[in-house]
Structure formats: structure tokens, C-alpha cells
Design a protein around this ligand. Structure first.
Ligand code: NDP
Ligand code: KPL
Length: 301
């Protein structure tokens, strides 16, 4: 397959690297031409535990037309960057190109549907986790399930098989919205708490953090219900509890964003919950507070 990955950060290098090693023609689309040239020349390296690093030769460019027409475009920029990135790299999206987002955020499926329509848009979530050490060198901090969905069964199966052959544990569903909301609620309840407190993932289920996490989840659940989407707060709490082991070494994306002085994805997570809560007349005071506090951290970090 000719695969373009928009966003050559932690997850872009993780998925792109493994897909390249599995034999696909992978292109990383980076914003800066100089770094793209370095990645093309040196390849990327994926570090996991004490294993020898996985080295992957890869094509990288800042110019989407270099890719030609991609069979699959994997979108892995931060959520708020999606519309701009899709417009900027439209040259590799042909009339049959499939688009897949595995980003965090509650609006990514809509962005992809706007770009290519229902038959070619696929969206989901991943519990794989990675941190960039330097451009092209990443630490794969945790492995985890990837779940995505979209209406075309044939294309879904092709993508699932492609990722499974590259070593990923992948599940598919028809309607991706429940899994997107489940993870969106999880990240919206945990990432701001970790970012504001500086606590590690292992502290999440302990008092007093668990109280705030539960309140954020409960508000997200009410808003999801108003959208006709069922999420289960207890299941999400169990996932959070399991992450204290599976993600003990991980620093969540929002913490990584603040560490690098970048804008966080808060508006694509808790911000969406606030907007939809307003429309549906559902009170979401704790989401409002943490969103305001994260905006404050963004301004002063
Ligand atoms: N890291 C993780 O463990 C996990 C991340 N996620 C989610 O996956 C998504 C990606 O995360 P992650 O890989 O960590 O993010 P990163 O910030 O590491 O990578 C995103 C990359 O996209 C680049 N980018 C931004 N705009 C463009 C553009 N227009 N064209 C090309 N490249 C662009 C960024 O460049 P620049 O830095 O210059 O902006 C950056 O290199 C996020 O939604 C995140 O929440 C989900 C699960 C786990
Ligand atoms: C759930 C988690 C921690 C990785 O799977 C994540 O999505 C993040 O780092 O933002």
C-alpha cells in the first residue's frame, strides 16, 4: 500500500515505522522540509523496553504531491490541527484514498467526513502510547488496543489486516462514535488532572484525584447521552485503573504538549463537552473549570 502519515510525531512515527517495516511504501508528512530530509536520510527508530531499537527506512517530505495518490492517509496531527493539515496535504488524497484518524478528540470523524465522505472516512482510537525523544526517535511506552470504524466493510477489513500484519492489535466497529466518546471522556477526565497536578498515571485512581475524574466522566456521560451515544462510566474507570500498570511509564499527550510549550487538545475534548452541554442545557461545571485552568497553564508555560 502507498500510505501517507500526516503528522510525523510520536504516534505518526510509531505507526508509520511499523507499517514501513511490514513492507508498505510509507510517507511521513512533516511540517518542516529540513527535518523531513533528515528523516528520509536517517530513517526512524522506535525504542521499546530494553529491546534493540526497531529501525525503519522511510520516505519523508513536507510536500504532499511527492507522495502521489495515497491508498491510505493516516491522520496523526493534534486534533485542532486536523482541518488545516488535511487542506495543506490534499494533493495526496485522490478520489479513492481512504482516510483514518486515530487521534484523541471528539470532532475528528466530522473533519474526515467533511473531507472525503462516509465511504472513505474511518476514525477510532488507540491505547498505544509513545513519546518523541527527538525527531524520528520515539519511545514506545505502552502497547494497547486500537479500535476504529466506518461504514465500508471491505475497506475496514483491508485497513485492519494491514495494521494487524504490522503487529498492531486492532478491532473494528461499524459506528466509531461510541469508542471515540469513550476514549474522549477518558482523556478529558484524566489528562487535565494529570497536567494540573503533575501526578503520574499511577496516581489516577487514588483520593482525591479519582473524585474529580469521576465528576468529569459523569458530565461527559450526560452530554454523550444527549447526542444518542452510550458510554459506560464504570468501564472507563476500569480502563483507567488498568492504565496504572499498562501506562505507568507514559506521560500523556496533554502533559507532553505543556512540556513543549504547545497548545493542548483541551478544546477538542472538554471544550466540545462544554459546547454540546450548552446546546442540550446540561450543566458541566467541572469541565468548564478544568478547561479554564488548562488555558491558564497554556498561557503561562
Ligand atoms: N502520543 C501518544 O501516546 C498518544 C497520542 N494520541 C493522540 O494522537 C494524536 C497525535 O499525537 P502525537 O503523535 O503524540 O502528537 P505529536 O505532537 O507528537 O505529533 C504531531 C505532529 O504533527 C505535526 N503537524 C502539525 N500540523 C501539521 C501539518 N499541517 N502538517 C504536517 N505535520 C503537522 C506536528 O508538528 P509541530 O510539532 O510542528 O506542530 C507534530 O510533529 C493526538 O491527537 C494525540 O492526542 C493518542 C494516543 C496516544
Ligand atoms: C490513553 C493515552 C494515555 C495513551 O494510550 C493517550 O491517549 C494519551 O497519551 O493522550
Amino acid at each position: 500500500m502507498n500510505i501517507a502519515v500526516i503528522g510525523a510525531g510520536a504516534l505518526g512515527c510509531l505507526f508509520g515505522g511499523h507499517l514501513a517495516v511490514a513492507g508498505h511504501d510509507v510517507w511521513l508528512l512533516h511540517r518542516r522540509e529540513q527535518i523531513a530530509n533528515t528523516l528520509s536520510a536517517a530513517g526512524i527508530s522506535i525504542h521499546r523496553d530494553d529491546d534493540p531499537p526497531l529501525a525503519a527506512g522511510i520516505n519523508a517530505t513536507a510536500t504532499a504531491s511527492d507522495v502521489g495518490t495515497a491508498d491510505l492517509v493516516l491522520v496523526l496531527v493534534r486534533a485542532h490541527q486536523t482541518p488545516t493539515a488535511l487542506a495543506e496535504h490534499a494533493a495526496c488524497i485522490g478520489p479513492e484514498t481512504l482516510l483514518l484518524s486515530l487521534q484523541n478528540g471528539l470532532r475528528n470523524y466530522d473533519y474526515l467526513l467533511d473531507q472525503v465522505g462516509r465511504e472513505r472516512a474511518f476514525c477510532g482510537v488507540t491505547y498505544e502510547a509513545a513519546i518523541t525523544k527527538e525527531p524520528g526517535t520515539i519511545i514506545h511506552t505502552s502497547t494497547g488496543l486500537t479500535t476504529f470504524g466506518g461504514s465500508s466493510v471491505g475497506a475496514r477489513t483491508t485497513i485492519q489486516e494491514t495494521f494487524a500484519e504490522a503487529g498492531f492489535n486492532v478491532n473494528t466497529v461499524t459506528d466509531p462514535r461510541p469508542v471515540i466518546w469513550e476514549k474522549g471522556a477518558l482523556v478529558g477526565a484524566t489528562a487535565p488532572v494529570l497536567t494540573l497536578t503533575g501526578c503520574p498515571v499511577t496516581h489516577l485512581p487514588t483520593d482525591p484525584l479519582d473524585e474529580v475524574v469521576t465528576q468529569l466522566l459523569t458530565e461527559a456521560d450526560h452530554v454523550a447521552t444527549s447526542q444518542g451515544i452510550d458510554i459506560d462510566v464504570e468501564t472507563i474507570q476500569q480502563t483507567i485503573a488498568s492504565m496504572t500498570e499498562s501506562h505507568a511509564e507514559h506521560r500523556v499527550s496533554m502533559v507532553q504538549d505543556i512540556e513543549h510549550g504547545r497548545r493542548t487538545e483541551i478544546d477538542e475534548l472538554n471544550g466540545v463537552i462544554i459546547d454540546l452541554g450548552k446546546t442540550a442545557d446540561i450543566a458541566v461545571p467541572i469541565n468548564k473549570h478544568v478547561t479554564a485552568l488548562i488555558h491558564g497553564v497554556e498561557q503561562c508555560s
